[in-house]
Design a protein. Structure first.
Lengths: 376, 276
């Protein structure tokens, strides 16, 4: 059992607050991804959990024990760094066995554990090489092996794939995900790549400016973003935001007027919303279709990108707003063509002037499902 | 795309200039070596003679007249001893400054270096009196202490630069693996910084070996290194160019050999950080 609990964690460098009071509960065996734009504090937060940065205020506990003042080695964690941080003057074997050697584990025991990790990671033929004689992917594996050997309660990954090329990144992503299933360990993973976050996480923590914007399963963040920032950050291409005025409010939803005059009823809990309020309508590019829907938007295609399976149309609406639409790969749309896009009411989001989302009336059926495990 | 400048040969005058500069720098040493094999009369003749019958008499005279071995031993003791001492102080200092910097680290470094900017003669009298009181005049220990202190700023500064180049994440990985600060220093940082430490040490040895101001003022015979040995040939009885040359050559020979054997280390050390 190794839950990680962060309570009002703060970090300041002099007068500058980097982490402004973070509360996160990470369950045992959970794969949690911290995601956010660069400078959001996600790496700092991870390094604070690792013990490489001091905690200015708040409580951090791992496995039920307060660890604020413990050294990294005593926290039961292992970390994989972005640059791998292998010891350049040691062989792969010595790199992986270093922590055990420091802990004065008997030689035979070290060999057994290192060989076991090498077998799992298919590093056997490389054991006597130095890191400089390895490829990027192999170095990454050694770094992971070094973590495995310590048999930690919690694995910490700091953007481990960002130095790899695209193909290797996908491969390592799958390997780390499989490793998580095999080891049944708690893992905390930092990335700026929302695709990595979506594909690997049981739970995603979206950070911005040292504050947690939202915590939830990947599909919860996708279908029920708490605010405009999360809505725009999760999903690719990014969500479209269109100004809309409230026409009518009913218990089952809020009716807004779209640019061009069409009315659309979005299925959200109205709360204090009243007719005449200015809101922002959020609709994902993949939820727009050519033709008509519950409401329509009209404009001109300025750029058309054909990806084969899908076509991205960058559309300037008649009121001047730029939006992106993911239309069919076989669409005949061309640059400067007029285009009509249909919007379906159940895929739309509404955000108040404070940026907060109006809660959806019905919860998406998959919103509480973690990565392939039926949820936590 | 064409890439013109990168693959072009440098203009022809560059190597010529390099040779001219090299010869200019080397000439005094060459002339000194030549003079050391002349008789005293040949040494002061004008025009200077390029062709002469070489003689070893200066060398035998010099060795007969003084205890060369003791000077050599003193030089070795003070230059290597002070270098080891300086490294022992500087390594922890540079480690702390490179990996745990505070707001004041840059100013501390600059302040340390600024002590090198004062002319040493400015503190000669107080130093002399201090040495006299402590009974350190004309001792190897005295020189050892003063050379360590003289070289410390440069050694700290150079090591700091080298350590800065070791990725901090490697040491952090060590910390996660359970290394205490000592293990971090000895098992991770020092093995990675060996080239830097070697060239820093070498520079410190050379600087101490060639140091003349303090050795001439604070030692005379028992604790005197080779610089004092050379100087002893330019005093009371007048200037004996040939013997002075022979003594000088004997003084610089050991360090010349060390320098020549480690020139690759030295060059890479001195240009370190300049290209990257």
């Amino acid at each position: 059992m190794a839950e990680v609990v962060l309570r009002n964690i703060k970090k300041s460098f002099g007068p500058v607050d980097i982490i402004k009071g973070v509360d996160i509960d990470i369950n045992d065996k959970e794969f949690v991804v911290f995601v956010g734009p660069s400078g959001c504090g996600k790496s700092t937060l991870l390094r604070m959990i690792a013990g490489l940065e001091s905690i200015s205020d708040g409580e951090l506990s791992i496995d039920g024990k307060r660890v604020n003042d413990l050294s990294p080695a005593d926290r039961g964690i292992a970390m994989v760094f972005q640059t791998y941080a292998l010891y350049p003057h040691m062989t792969v074997r010595d790199n992986m066995g270093f922590s055990l050697k420091l802990a004065k584990v008997p030689k035979a025991e070290i060999d057994r554990k290192v060989n076991e990790a090498a077998r799992i990671l298919k590093l056997d033929p490389l054991m006597d090489r130095k890191p400089k004689a390895l490829s990027g992917g192999q170095r990454q594996r050694v770094a992971i092996g070094r973590a495995i050997v310590r048999n930690p309660k919690v694995f910490l990954f700091d953007e481990p794939l960002s130095n790899l090329d695209a193909a290797l990144r996908v491969q390592m992503r799958i390997e780390i995900a499989r490793m998580h299933s095999d080891f049944n360990a708690t893992m905390i993973y930092v990335t700026h790549d929302q695709v990595e976050a979506m594909t690997m996480a049981d739970k995603i923590v979206v950070l911005q400016g040292g504050v947690v914007e939202q915590v939830g399963s990947p599909l919860e963040l996708y279908h029920h973003p708490a605010n405009r920032f999360v809505a725009g950050f999760i999903g690719s291409p990014t969500m479209n935001f269109i100004d809309a005025t409230v026409k009518a409010v009913a218990p089952e939803g809020v009716t807004v007027e779209l640019p061009g005059g069409d009315n659309l009823t979005v299925l959200v809990v109205p709360g204090a919303t009243k007719a005449g309020d200015k809101l922002t309508l959020g609709v994902r590019p993949e939820h727009l279709q050519e033709g008509s829907g519950d409401g329509k938007l009209t404009g001109t295609a300025l750029v058309v990108e054909r990806l084969g399976g899908a076509t991205y149309a960058y559309v300037k609406l008649d009121n001047g707003t730029m939006i992106t639409a993911e239309v069919d790969g076989n669409s005949h749309i061309r640059v400067n063509d007029p285009i009509q896009l249909g919007v379906r009411s159940q895929t739309c989001h509404l955000f108040g002037s404070d940026g907060l989302a109006l809660a959806q009336s019905t919860r998406h059926p998959l919103a509480d499902v973690g990565r392939g495990k039926g949820g936590h | 795309m064409s890439m013109p400048s990168t693959f072009q040969k440098p203009p022809r005058w560059i190597p010529v200039l390099a040779w001219v500069i090299a010869i200019l720098i080397f000439f005094p040493i060459f002339w000194m070596a030549l003079t050391s094999f002349k008789t005293e009369t040949e040494a002061i003749s004008t025009p200077p003679s390029l062709f002469f019958v070489p003689t070893m008499e200066n060398y035998t005279d010099v060795i007969d007249r003084s205890n060369y071995a003791r000077f050599v031993w003193n030089s070795i003791a003070v230059s290597f001893g002070s270098t080891l001492l300086a490294l022992a102080f500087a390594i922890p200092a540079a480690y702390a400054m490179a990996f745990f910097p505070t707001k004041r680290t840059p100013s501390t470094l600059l302040w340390m270096l600024s002590t090198k900017m004062m002319p040493p003669v400015g503190v000669l009298i107080p130093m002399y009196l201090l040495f006299k009181t402590l009974g350190l005049l004309d001792t190897v220990t005295g020189l050892l202490i003063i050379y360590t202190l003289i070289n410390l700023p440069i050694v700290v500064w150079m090591l700091y630069t080298y350590f800065k180049d070791v990725p901090g994440e490697i040491l952090e990985a060590g910390r996660v693996d359970g290394a205490n600060p000592m293990q971090e220093l000895f098992l991770l940082l020092l093995p990675l910084a060996v080239p830097g430490i070697a060239s820093t040490g070498l520079l410190s040895v050379i600087l101490s070996w060639n140091e003349a101001f303090w050795s001439l003022n604070l030692t005379s015979s028992q604790g005197a290194p080779l610089t004092a040995f050379i100087a002893s040939f330019s005093s009371p009885q007048g200037l004996f160019w040939a013997k002075l040359s022979a003594a000088s050559l004997m003084a610089i020979a050991p360090i010349l050999v060390v320098g020549w054997m480690s020139q690759r280390q030295l060059v890479s050390g001195l240009t370190f950080g300049a290209v990257k």
